[in-house]
Ligand binder design. Structure first.
Ligand SMILES: Cc1ncc(COP(=O)(O)O)c(C=O)c1O
Length: 443
């Protein structure tokens, strides 16, 4: 039976404990989306909302893609589920092969998960087990970065560096340390594209190596560009330096590309755009255009080879999820990749980057705007915090944009945007017009 369309009045809002949400505030004045097509959501009252965030950084091909929903419908009718523990079915093999074609050269083995958080935990576990498998079992430390976001598993919050995601939970992985973040408003505010200052922040890794000993460090994990903390960009040359230092010390470099993967920065992966190849890449979100939960972790053959020892009948990695390589998710991902490749979406962000950049930077000079950052089809407008009320101004702007018909994201006082990669110039104009008007009237 089809569930009837729901108007807001019919809904009880109490039972669903909403994630990463101020539940009481939201439920007092809910924002409920009911359908979506192309660049737009429609809410339960029929209002059109322009999607300036690709859902949650995931609907890169826009909404309502028939090719994906039809592939899902066909697949669920044909093979709803099959295990991938000691069994298999063709789809994850096909998908892994297709993914390797667009991945940075050398990252040609794929482990499937259901989310970004699981991809991160998978990557960290592979890194630790790899070091052990190659006889470097003392390498148990992991290095993350301040303001990093790597999902919500215990591994992810340990290497992550956003304080609110950590402080309520007490327990963290032991032996984790953090690099400094790269946000530097004093030197880099209003830079178009990657900041010029700050590559030397990567040298802090040498300090951590000196402190802990390279022989005790398994891996460094960073987002090539921090999305969730409010679009914090890598300074020019920074990622290359991280790569050099990790390689020199036998430390694995993991790029968490859950946001940047699948075209967001104008290449399939940020690793390609910024010409730095890590040892492991974590992805999710755009992999299925957000339609079905799925993640993928890319590792090099050399890393996988380190596990392929001992008797043939030995399970090499005691890790996996019931739904690793789920047939319906894999079908969604294959259909998504077809669209991305056919429509050139994996590189489209590059074509629109300058237009996007100039549109966003036109907001420079408005009251309270203290920085504007952009790369690919990602942007942020950083607002000054109100005295004693951090986050209040940002939230007001976010909410007002929504009621004015544009969905942006807010982190503290930073407005972040990442429109679907099908965005056209008039959409960009509209996003910036609405955001500008809202900022102008927000005290
Ligand atoms: C870089 C990064 N890693 C991991 C995650 C977690 O992904 P998920 O929410 O699918 O677990 C996110 C989510 O925004 C992310 O941005």
């Amino acid at each position: 039976m089809q569930h009837p369309a729901t108007s807001q009045q019919d809904l009880s809002l109490d039972e669903f404990w909403m994630p990463f949400t101020a539940n009481r505030q939201f439920k007092a004045k809910p924002r409920l989306l009911e359908s979506a097509e192309g660049m737009f959501y429609t809410d339960v009252e029929g209002r059109q909302v322009l999607d300036a965030t690709a859902g949650l950084w995931c609907c890169n091909a826009g909404h309502g893609r028939k090719e994906i929903s039809e592939a899902v419908a066909r697949q669920i009718a044909k093979l709803d589920f099959a295990p991938t523990f000691q069994m298999g079915h063709p789809l994850p093999f096909q998908l892994a092969e297709r993914l390797v074609e667009i991945a940075p050269k050398g990252l040609n083995r794929v482990f499937f998960t259901n989310s970004g958080s699981e991809s991160v935990d998978t990557a960290l576990k592979i890194a630790l087990a790899y070091q052990r498998a190659r006889g470097e079992g003392t390498r148990t430390r992991l290095i993350g970065r301040e303001l990093g976001y790597h999902g919500v598993g215990f591994g992810g919050i340990s290497v992550g560096g956003m304080v609110n995601n950590r402080k309520a939970f007490g327990v963290q992985l032991p032996g984790v340390d953090h690099l400094p973040h790269t946000l530097d408003l004093e030197r880099n505010a209003f830079t178009r594209g990657l900041p010029k200052q700050g590559a030397e922040l990567a040298d802090q890794l040498e300090k951590l190596v000196a402190l802990h000993g390279a022989e005790n460090i398994a891996a460094v994990i960073v987002e090539p560009m921090s999305g969730s903390a409010g679009v914090i960009l890598p300074p020019q040359g920074y990622l290359k330096r991280l790569r050099e230092i990790t390689a020199k010390h036998g430390i694995l470099l993991i790029f968490d590309e859950v946001i940047t993967g699948y075209g967001r920065i104008g290449e399939p992966f940020a690793a390609q755009r910024w010409e730095v190849t890590p040892d492991i890449i974590t992805t999710a979100k755009g992999l299925t255009n957000g339609a079905i939960p799925m993640g993928a972790v890319f590792v090099s053959e050399q890393i996988q080879d380190a596990f392929m020892h001992g008797p043939q009948g030995l399970i090499e990695l005691f890790h996996g999820y019931t739904y690793s390589g789920h047939p319906v998710a894999a079908a969604a991902a294959l259909a998504t990749l077809d669209i991305y490749q056919r429509d050139g979406l994996l590189t489209r962000a590059r074509e629109l980057e300058v237009y996007w950049q100039e549109a966003l930077h036109s907001l420079q000079g408005l009251a309270h705007v203290i920085d504007i950052r952009n790369t690919g089809l990602v942007g942020a407008v950083h607002l000054a915090s109100r005295e004693g009320a951090p986050g209040a101004r940002g939230y007001e702007v976010f909410e007002a944009c929504y009621w004015d018909g544009v969905m942006v994201r807010v982190t503290g006082d930073i407005i972040a945007m990442s429109p679907p990669l099908i965005v056209e110039k008039p959409h960009i104009d509209r996003i910036v017009e609405v955001l500008g008007n809202v900022i102008r009237r927000t005290a």
